[in-house]
Design a protein around this ligand. Structure first.
Ligand SMILES: Cc1cc2nc3c(=O)[nH]c(=O)nc-3n(C[C@H](O)[C@H](O)[C@H](O)COP(=O)(O)OP(=O)(O)OC[C@H]3O[C@@H](n4cnc5c(N)ncnc54)[C@H](O)[C@@H]3O)c2cc1C
Length: 247
């Protein structure tokens, strides 16, 4: 199998600041919600690829990827210059274990993301599985400033479609905001503010937790959850926590 599949950009969206999303048509293998593929461009004669999570649910086309431009780095400043009809390369097969297939049965599903890592959770929430498997689903999105809170229309439509089953908790660390919890996710778990806001208990018996994004947030959140008796899920030693680090 060839290393790369040629895709065509359908649309590029600029959300705010350095935040963008790309919609791409490409003939790649089916994937599971929560997985990632690689996007690549030829830079100085070499193919440069990086992993990006699917935002679209597996049944939805075009494929969508949500990303932040890091000006000093090779790929993202070039990705954001692409427009409709441009070519971009994708890995032919998806990878990754941040999927509901890897999560044990439970009562409540908690999805905790920083920044662009809300993508894989939107893909999962776009499928039927979380709504069939869990009585309540909480999506927590932590960003620095309120303007970085993308995909609000999609989140609002989930709230309408799954009223009573879905809770969205915004967390803003870098400025005061009326609608969001302040600070970082690990602190909001430790001091009980996250549970209070979601009106649900975060414990080993009822909760299954998926965490994605900034590795410092992932590590500190795992610690905060371990304090409450939860542990990482492994194939041979079932726990409640699944994680994916973006770097
Ligand atoms: C499994 C996986 C899935 C990923 N999915 C996404 C995604 O859906 N969207 C996305 O934007 N990125 C995602 N990333 C990160 C992405 O692969 C690239 O590292 C990132 O886009 C920067 O690419 P670059 O070539 O411009 O810089 P690189 O040379 O790759 O720069 C890496 C550095 O940039 C910083 N960084 C990387 N990613 C981010 C980020 N998302 N937010 C803030 N700082 C970051 C870190 O300090 C990191 O050391 C994912 C990474 C992994 C491992």
């Amino acid at each position: 199998m060839s290393n790369w599949v040629e895709g065509t950009v359908v649309a590029q969206r600029h959300w705010a600041g350095m935040l963008y999303s790309l919609q791409i048509e490409a003939d790649i293998a089916p994937f599971h919600a929560g997985q990632f593929t690689k996007l690549a461009l030829t830079i100085d004669g070499e193919m440069v690829g990086r992993p990006y999570s699917f935002v679209n649910a597996p049944s939805v086309r075009p494929h969508e990827f949500y990303y932040v431009v890091l000006p000093e780095h090779p790929l993202t400043p070039r990705l954001c210059r692409l427009g409709s009809g441009d070519r971009v390369y994708l890995a032919p097969k998806a990878s990754g274990f941040l999927t509901l297939e890897q999560v044990a049965a439970g009562e409540h599903l908690w999805l905790l993301a920083t920044g662009t890592a809300i993508g894989p959770f939107l893909s999962i929430l776009g499928t039927g599985a979380p709504w069939q498997r869990f009585s309540r689903v909480v999506l927590v999105h932590a960003v620095r400033s309120a303007a970085d809170m993308s995909y609000q229309d999609q989140i609002q439509s989930l709230q309408e479609r799954h009223a009573g089953q879905f809770v969205f908790v915004p967390v803003v660390s870098g400025e005061p905001s009326e609608f969001a919890l302040a600070g970082r996710i690990p602190k909001a778990i430790a001091d009980g503010r996250l549970e209070a806001r979601a009106a649900m208990k975060l414990d080993a018996q009822s909760s299954r937790v998926m965490i994605c994004g900034n590795p410092a947030m992932v590590a500190d959140t795992v610690l905060a959850l371990e304090q409450r008796g939860l542990k990482k899920h492994r194939r041979r030693d079932h726990g409640q926590i699944s994680v994916e680090n973006y770097w």
